[in-house]
Design a binder for this molecule. Structure first.
Ligand SMILES: Nc1ncnc2c1ncn2[C@@H]1O[C@H](COP(=O)(O)OP(=O)(O)OP(=O)(O)O)[C@@H](O)[C@H]1O
Length: 382
């Protein structure tokens, strides 16, 4: 995100061993020129994310994912500058807070603008560390001993689900950020020669919106009245443990037994991937070396999935890593997906930069057709 034009122009040639052809590199530079050449402010980056929140409230599933090498600015972009105290809301527009606090504030602002719908908002937070899934909301509860690994499963209807994942209802941006901040304290970190505060896991924050299922906007107003009272009040609190937490298909969930309308779930997934890393440069050994191997393998699996989708292969290798299995719906499903590519301005990291640009090209070229929202009012087959 911090390249300048001159820095890029002087390296515009395929390097032996980079794995990219000259034409690919040219395409990569076009990619940069179209969006990544200029240093973007945090609020400018959020400008690309903001319209997706309207889609979310309109019952589309949305995923925003930051990809890049270690130290290139993913966590800065997604979360903002690191602070032990967490973000301060409401936002100062010039602040360097990242996408998530801005999403939190804008989401609740949009919700407050349309009181006819009043979705229930729930949050879950997981990390994928060394190819295992950990629940960052449950780690402090009595039931979930720190370090309990969770399985990811594909349900009958094709949805990917994390089994026994905690989720918490939130009624305000500050409560949402409180949970995110708590989860971040538990995320795996380890200093390397490249980045003293390097994240060693992929972070996935899921915000689930549940609204009454209605056939049109007029019906929306009538329908919102049919939601049980406890589901329409702001400020609901309390952690629940679901049998499973689906990934991303907007889903009709059964109404209550009293014959109320069914409800529709739409999900926003915010993904701060761990950074790709060259072992020789980051100087890791021991446990950190194992972490690096797992990170690089899972990112390679992610690139393989994009490659298979790009070539319309009959088999897409989602199950080669827990990261891609967990993100299956985001990558190949009915989701509005935004990939943010972070690259380093340093000459030292050129090989990783080229590899990151190759990933960006691949992600951009994948054609999945327009995302669809679930038709409201339609019952899910038993
Ligand atoms: N655009 C930027 N402006 C100012 N500082 C930045 C910017 N991008 C990154 N930084 C700073 O650079 C350092 C590394 O950034 P960050 O932690 O976001 O990297 P990362 O890609 O998440 O790394 P890793 O994958 O190793 O966790 C941080 O101190 C961050 O505050």
């Amino acid at each position: 995100m911090t390249w300048t034009s001159g820095q890029l122009q002087c390296e515009k040639q395929a390097r032996p061993g980079s794995g990219l052809s000259a034409s690919s590199i040219n395409a990569a530079f076009s990619l940069c020129l179209s969006g990544f050449m200029v240093q973007q402010s945090q609020s400018a980056v959020f400008g690309d994310v903001c319209p997706l929140l309207t889609s979310l409230l309109d019952r589309y599933n949305v995923c925003v994912m930051a990809y890049g090498q270690t130290g290139s600015g993913k966590s800065y972009t997604v979360l903002g500058r690191h602070s032990d105290d967490g973000p301060v809301l409401p936002l100062d527009l010039q602040s360097d807070l990242g996408i998530i606090p801005r999403v939190a504030e804008e989401l609740f602002r949009l919700i407050s603008e349309n009181t006819s719908r009043s979705p229930k908002v729930e949050v879950s937070i997981v990390e994928v560390y060394n190819n295992d899934i950990f629940d960052l909301l449950a780690k402090d509860s009595i039931a979930a001993v720190s370090g309990v690994k969770h399985e990811v499963m594909t349900a009958k209807d094709g949805r990917t689900e994390v089994v026994l994942l905690a989720s918490e209802a939130v009624g305000s941006a500050s409560k949402l950020m409180e949970l995110v901040h708590g989860g971040l304290q538990l995320r795996a970190k380890h200093p390397t020669l490249v980045h003293a505060d390097s994240s060693r896991s992929h972070l996935i924050i899921t915000v689930t919106l549940t609204t009454a299922s209605c056939s049109d906007s007029t019906a929306d107003q009538a329908c919102s009245a049919t939601l049980p009272r406890e589901q329409t009040e702001a400020g609901r609190a309390g952690r629940s443990r679901r049998a499973s937490q689906g990934a991303l298909a907007p889903q009709l969930v059964p109404g209550n037994p009293a014959g109320h309308e069914e409800q529709v779930q739409a999900r926003l997934q915010l993904v701060d991937l761990a950074g790709s890393e060259c072992i020789g440069v980051s100087g890791v050994t021991g446990l950190a070396l194992r972490e690096t191997g797992c990170i690089n393998r899972s990112l390679a699996a992610l690139a393989d999935v994009l490659g298979a989708l790009l070539e319309h292969r009959s088999h897409v290798p989602y199950w080669n890593s827990r990261l891609t299995h967990l993100l299956q719906d985001c990558l190949g499903g009915d989701v509005k997906l935004l990939v943010i590519l972070c690259i380093s301005p340093s000459q030292r990291h050129l090989a990783q930069t080229l590899q990151g640009l190759g990933f960006g090209i691949r992600a951009r070229q994948v054609q999945r057709g327009p995302a669809r929202k679930k038709p409201p009012g339609k019952r899910r087959p038993d």
